[in-house]
Design a protein around this ligand. Structure first.
Ligand SMILES: NC(=O)c1ccc[n+]([C@@H]2O[C@H](COP(=O)([O-])OP(=O)(O)OC[C@H]3O[C@@H](n4cnc5c(N)ncnc54)[C@H](OP(=O)(O)O)[C@@H]3O)[C@@H](O)[C@H]2O)c1
Length: 308
């Protein structure tokens, strides 16, 4: 991939896609091809094929997907499995048939088994049962990972797949129903501060441990891996460090300047008890995350305050 390569960033307005766009732009890549969902629906095979015929991208970052938190996954499993299967099937197949030089597929740490040994190594994929709340999404994503590997094996197509941990950062989804834990908590704390509420109630016990990667770090890793990684095996992308949800909530309380109490609603589902990626393969390639969690949360809060 050189600075003039034709690079298609699918999902360029999303959390991941927009960060990849910022990083590609800042690194001097000038020939970026983008389409909004309304301009190119990746679930429409004929439209995808027309797009690849006319635009002839050389590199593809496949960051378009239907994504959401526990509640959205639990409520719309049919949409999650159908849309993700269609998006990735059409994009990977068209990329192969139109001679794309390399495609990067975005998997996710939440498609590893619910009780995978921690920290989670790449070979834990499909080793035991999935987390039931996002099973439809996970099955679709796993099909995408396997499809990328199958196209490499059968056709020699250079597709690689990343397994990012939980991401956060500017451009995140702050919708009260569909958001992930970091934006949901930032919004909750900010509203509690504005309303001078004496306490904030957090979903679940607060005890699950999670790893969080700033999306600008992920974008940096995505470009690094596009340039330096060309293997069939999926590769984990994370910080290698985790915190409890309670610790995360305390940090967000500080960043937002909320002075009240924290309580936990244990009647709400916790999800997977712990989720920390083993990032030793990524570290061995020479890449490490750089943005500490408190600094990343401050950056995200500033973005949120500027956008409301
Ligand atoms: N967020 C995380 O914590 C996380 C963690 C690990 C892995 N990932 C992976 O990273 C990828 C991107 O996630 P994200 O968080 O950036 O999601 P996001 O913010 O919801 O963005 C998704 C993007 O996909 C586009 N899109 C959705 N359906 C489409 C369709 N049918 N046709 C064309 N475009 C479509 C949307 O386009 P419009 O903006 O035009 O609607 C949007 O730009 C996903 O594969 C996800 O599994 C995310």
């Amino acid at each position: 991939m050189d600075k003039h390569s034709r690079i298609f960033v699918a999902g360029h307005r999303g959390l991941v896609g927009s960060a990849i766009m910022r990083k590609l732009g800042a690194s001097g890549y000038t020939n970026l091809i983008v389409r909004t969902h309304a301009e190119l629906d990746l679930t429409n095979q004929a439209a995808v094929d027309r797009f690849f015929t006319t635009e002839r991208p050389e590199y593809v970052f496949l960051a378009a997907a239907m994504v959401g938190g526990i509640l959205a996954n639990d409520t719309y499993p049919a949409d999650f499995i159908r849309q993700n299967l269609l998006i990735q099937t059409h994009a990977i197949d068209a990329a192969y048939r139109h001679n794309v030089k390399k495609l990067q597929f975005l998997g996710s740490s939440c498609v590893y088994p619910k009780l995978a040994p921690q920290p989670i190594r790449e070979d834990a994929l499909l080793s035991s049962a999935l987390e039931p709340t996002n099973e439809a999404y996970a099955v679709a994503k796993i099909a995408g990972l396997k499809m990328a590997q199958a196209y490499r094996r059968q056709y020699g197509f250079p597709a690689i797949s990343l397994m990012p941990t939980n991401l956060y950062g500017p451009g995140d989804n702050f919708d009260p129903v569909t958001s992930h834990v970091v934006p949901a908590l930032i919004r909750k704390f900010q509203e509690a501060k504005q309303n001078a509420s004496p306490e904030v109630t957090i979903w679940g016990s607060g005890r699950p441990r999670r790893e969080f990667l700033h999306v600008d770090d992920l974008a940096d890793a995505a470009i690094f891996l596009m340039l330096h990684y060309d293997e069939e095996s999926i590769i984990n992308v994370g910080t290698g460090e985790d915190v409890t949800i309670e610790e995360l909530a305390e940090l967000i309380g500080k960043v937002t300047g909320y002075g009240g109490r924290l309580t936990f609603d244990s009647s709400k589902p916790d999800g997977t008890p712990r989720k920390l990626l083993d990032v030793s393969r990524l570290h061995a390639l020479g890449w490490q995350a750089r943005i500490p969690l408190d600094e990343g949360l401050r950056n995200m809060y500033e973005w949120f305050m500027g956008s409301v």
